[in-house]
Design a protein around this ligand. Structure first.
Ligand SMILES: [Zn+2]
Length: 101
């Protein structure tokens, strides 16, 4: 069996690669500098380039928030507009008075 799908994330090899990537990035989010909830992002998606799954050059340390932004961008729905609109609509319902003051 080659490198494919979810298997990567439970492998010892990934654990090792993830550690090396974080150490290289100084255990900080490469995007915002946070040291909290660090995850390791694949620049080239595993689905597209399984051969780069453990390649340090293809890995970037990101905090969970930045990872989510990055993942959303990859999925082609940058800061989900529909969700943002929904949140604003809910906020207006929750605090209608603030708008009239
Ligand atoms: Zn971050």
């Amino acid at each position: 069996m080659g490198v494919s799908g979810r298997g990567i994330y439970s492998s010892k090899r990934w654990e090792r690669a993830r550690f090396l990537a974080k150490r290289r990035d100084g255990f900080r989010c490469a995007s915002c500098g946070s040291r909290e909830r660090l995850e390791v992002h694949h620049l080239q998606r595993v689905r597209d380039r399984p051969d780069l799954a453990f390649e340090l050059a293809n890995l970037r340390t990101l905090c969970r928030d930045c990872h989510e932004v990055e993942t959303n961008r990859e999925l082609g729905r940058a800061p989900d507009a529909a969700q943002t609109a929904w949140r604003h609509a809910v906020a207006e319902l929750a605090w209608p008075k603030e708008r009239n003051q």
